[in-house]
Design a protein around this ligand. Structure first.
Ligand code: DQA
Length: 138
């Protein structure tokens, strides 16, 4: 089934970005492991907030479920939250355990409009989110 897997700022640098925090899996490997779970997963990354909001509008218009790692936008972007609220279903994923990190990472403005939030499971969080969506609606 078609699922949008949307990644926010700096996640294109996975593999080399703070590997002690985010792991050694590269962004290209993340794309592959998502498609291993669901071949129709459409995995995207952007550092541009307007582009991300456009993708969430696309999910709303096409009725496509979303897995999203909003990166730092999670902590302050009300515009992203409002766009996420339009999508049929959203699962929020964070590679790191945000609750155990700096105070500003403890709150996500996206979580209130997400069906679930998965934190601290590394790339396994994406697998779990995709399996849930495929099992729940596919
Ligand atoms: C992140 C956590 C955010 O606080 C951070 O800004 C990121 C990645 C994660 O996957 O753990 O960019 O969303």
């Amino acid at each position: 089934m078609k699922i949008l897997v949307l990644n926010g700022p700096n996640l294109g640098r996975l593999g080399t970005r703070q590997p002690d925090v985010y792991g050694r899996t590269t962004y290209a490997e993340l794309v592959k492991l998502c498609q291993d779970v669901e071949p129709e997963a459409d995995v995207r990354q952007t550092d541009d907030e307007a582009t991300m909001i456009g993708w969430l509008h696309e999910a709303a218009d096409t009725g496509t479920p979303v897995v999203i790692n909003p990166g730092a936008w999670s902590h302050y972007s009300y515009a992203l939250r409002d766009a996420a609220a339009l999508a049929p279903v959203v699962i929020e994923v964070h590679l790191s355990q945000t609750a155990a990190r700096e105070e500003f990472r403890h709150h996500s403005v996206i979580s209130a409009v997400a069906r679930a939030t998965i934190t601290g499971m590394g790339v396994d969080g994406y697998r779990a989110a995709l399996r849930h969506l495929v099992g729940a609606t596919g």
